[in-house]
Design a binder for this molecule. Sequence first.
Ligand SMILES: C[S@@+](CC[C@H](N)C(=O)[O-])C[C@H]1O[C@@H](n2cnc3c(N)ncnc32)[C@H](O)[C@@H]1O
Length: 163
Amino acid sequence: MLETVYRFLEKHVPEAIPLPFTRIYDLFARTRLMKDFYREVASEVASEIYSGKILDVGTGPGYLPIEIAKLAPNIEVIGIDLSNDMVRIARKNAEKAKLLEKVKFMVENANEMTFEDSLFDLVISTGSLHHWKRPIRIINEIYRVFKDEGNAWIFDLRSDIPK
Ligand SMILES: C[S@@+](CC[C@H](N)C(=O)[O-])C[C@H]1O[C@@H](n2cnc3c(N)ncnc32)[C@H](O)[C@@H]1O
């Protein structure tokens, strides 16, 4: 059953979320459930890292980088997304939070990032992996862009939910 769900997602879920689903996703990301999730991840990040550079892969509406910037002002956060509209929404959300100078959002394909090697202290990604058509390629790219002593934290849907 789970296999079937995954095959369906792989086939029918587009890699980049298109308009108008970007707008719908932004509304979902503002729910208490999601806000609590972003805050929890951000506080874990802030308790591990005090300064340096963090990359958020598949940032969507950008709430995770925004939460990190609130908790850890010495961290520079860059959020990337394949969807132009998501990046537009993320910038607007950062502007509303008055954090446009602390967080940067870029349209970038994680399959082929333009960042130099060993740039980031931490790479994070939440809820994006199930959209990746070439996950191994993206994981290799993530490995390339974090520093030797860096880390990657990738959060996504659980595959071991009860049937
Ligand atoms: C479900 S959203 C998750 C957004 C956000 N990280 C969150 O937790 O709310 C997945 C995002 O990954 C992006 N994405 C998918 N494939 C990507 C790729 N190859 N490179 C960059 N972003 C990608 C999509 O456009 C979408 O905005």
